[in-house]
Design a protein around this ligand. Structure first.
Ligand code: NDP
Length: 485
């Protein structure tokens, strides 16, 4: 019997599902059990061509619609996503293994927020009028044209919407390629947009590995590339886009600092560290994986952290009581277990977790290491799993320097009850998305993105509009033209 997660076909082009079984088969594995639940096929060159030419053509009429009309469609899509939240959350859980307890509140709902927010902004995208004496200049905010979105595997619905919603609001079309590990959810986003009244061809989904991503990025018809992925992939995609002078948004990895001063509320700080390391089993780019704790509260913090981490309910992600799910894939599980071994070998003190959970599927226990030093591998490299490194510090000046000593700069957090210190410290941290007495909130209203190797450009908020549109300026002369001869 066909599994309910099996999509009708692998790709969604020009308003309909399209299949081409000549492509490489991609098995879809349910991370909680290791069983194959679906198969899709990587896009062949013919499929890539069909998606790009369709999107290029469809964009022209879409850009000519008024912002109000485009926005209405996006907002209708948001409503449909909310109505179907349960069904979409179950699919997200099949795609990623994340517990339903999370997917019910963080995935289709977050995608719907983006569609609603950018749908609301679509009608207000205007230029300005600049008086020049009797003459004037006016500016027009125009779409870029055909945009390519490429997603990572941790938030397949959210990423498809965070890229698609602002792109479409501005009058662009999109070809989206999900990660081969989580190919299912973006197809639903494409289907819902059509149901909401979007013209065929403005939002297309094609499956495939890096090769397909690369074919999309290098196509001369493409005007913009928005990638969510790792730094090494980001460097390749950025370079390929530069070759064609294309616009880019790069949402890449991190190794973010979470700094806890000894005047902080311990339980809130522990809660922040748990949210910033163990949500989605640690597979979140903005995670605060270097937890710097001021020496005075270190043992108290560790004791409370171990106690609360012990309350995680690890198990069947479809059971709403479960609060901690598996890694997305066997490969990712092995990467994370490799880092845990490195942590032990390099002398970090294991506080809790530290091994594969005794279950079917790709579960790794939530793991805390203490006495981690700045040079240890687990403190330097992005693990993308439930491995928290706790480091000690003495002074504010010292911790700021150590927090910034990394190639990454995605996020940073500070817990303290001294608000002047909170702002002073945040002001000196090299990071794009920061938190005071909180961690990992990502509302659509707030810009999201990194500095340094963690990325270029911003998603969400009005900032995202700037990255999916460009400004044309028009000088209008009222009098005669003077010329030298
Ligand atoms: P990857 O960098 O491996 O892949 C990202 C996407 O790029 C995938 O769809 C991948 O395809 C595709 N891709 C790979 N090579 C190329 C290429 N040469 N040209 C075009 N596309 C290519 O990341 P993961 O999927 O492993 O995701 C984890 C990473 O994503 C982490 O480093 C994490 O920090 C980052 N991330 C960043 C976020 C942010 O907003 N800053 C949010 C979430 C994750 P395929 O995998 O199918 O081969």
């Amino acid at each position: 019997m066909t599994h309910p997660a099996q999509p009708k076909a692998s790709h969604f082009i020009n308003g309909e599902y399209v299949e081409d079984t000549a492509g490489t088969p991609i098995p879809v594995i349910y991370a909680a059990t290791g069983e194959q639940i679906a198969t899709v096929y990587a896009a062949t060159p013919a499929i890539v061509e069909r998606a790009l030419s369709t999107a290029k053509e469809a964009q022209k009429a879409w850009a000519k619609m008024t912002g109000t009309e485009r926005g209405r469609i996006l907002r209708r899509a948001a409503d449909i996503m909310r109505e179907r939240n349960h069904e979409l959350s179950v699919l997200e859980t099949y795609d990623t293994g994340k517990p339903l307890q999370e997917t019910l509140v963080a995935d289709a709902t977050s995608g719907a927020d983006a569609l609603e927010y950018f749908g609301g902004l679509a009608a207000s995208l205007t230029g300005e009028h600049i008086p020049m004496g009797e003459d004037w200049v006016y500016t027009v905010r125009e779409a870029l044209g055909l945009c390519v979105g490429i997603g990572a595997w941790n938030y397949p619905t959210q990423i498809a919407c965070w890229k698609g919603a602002p792109a479409l609001a501005c009058g662009n079309s999109m070809v989206f390629k999900p990660s081969e590990t989580t190919p299912l959810c973006a197809l639903k986003v494409a289907e819902i947009l059509i149901e909401a009244g979007a013209p065929a061809g403005i939002y297309n989904v094609v499956q495939g590995m890096g090769e397909v991503g690369s074919a999309l990025v290098t196509d001369p018809r493409v005007d913009k590339v928005s990638l969510t992925g790792s730094v090494p992939t980001g460097k390749k995609v950025y370079a390929a886009a530069a070759e064609g002078m294309k616009h880019v948004t790069m949402e890449l990895g991190g190794k973010s600092p979470l700094i806890i001063f000894d005047d902080a509320d311990i339980d809130n700080a522990v809660g922040g560290a748990i949210n910033g390391n163990f949500y989605s089993s640690g597979q979140v780019c903005s995670n605060g994986t270097r937890v710097f704790v001021q020496k005075g509260i270190k043992e108290k913090f560790l004791a409370r952290l171990a106690e609360r981490t012990g309350n995680a309910i690890i198990g069947d992600p479809m059971d709403e009581a479960t609060s901690f799910g598996p890694m997305v894939s066997e490969n990712q599980m092995n990467i994370v277990l490799g880092y845990i071994e490195k942590g032990k070998e390099e002398g970090a003190r294991l506080i809790c977790g530290g091994k594969r959970a005794d279950k079917d599927g790709f579960f790794v226990e939530p793991t805390v290491f203490a006495d981690v030093t700045d040079d240890m591998t687990i403190a330097r490299e992005e693990i993308f799993g439930p491995v928290m490194s706790v480091l000690d510090f003495d002074t504010e000046e010292e911790v700021i320097a150590r927090a910034n000593d990394t190639e990454f700069g995605l996020s940073a957090g500070v817990f303290t009850n001294d608000f002047s210190r909170a702002h002073r410290v945040i002001g000196q941290l090299e990071a794009g998305s920061c938190f005071i007495n909180s961690y990992n909130d990502a509302p659509v209203e707030a810009p999201f993105g990194g500095v340094k190797a963690s990325g270029v450009g911003r998603e969400n908020s009005k900032e995202a509009i700037k990255h999916f549109s460009q400004v044309k300026s028009v000088y209008v002369r009222m009098g005669d033209v003077e010329a030298a001869f």
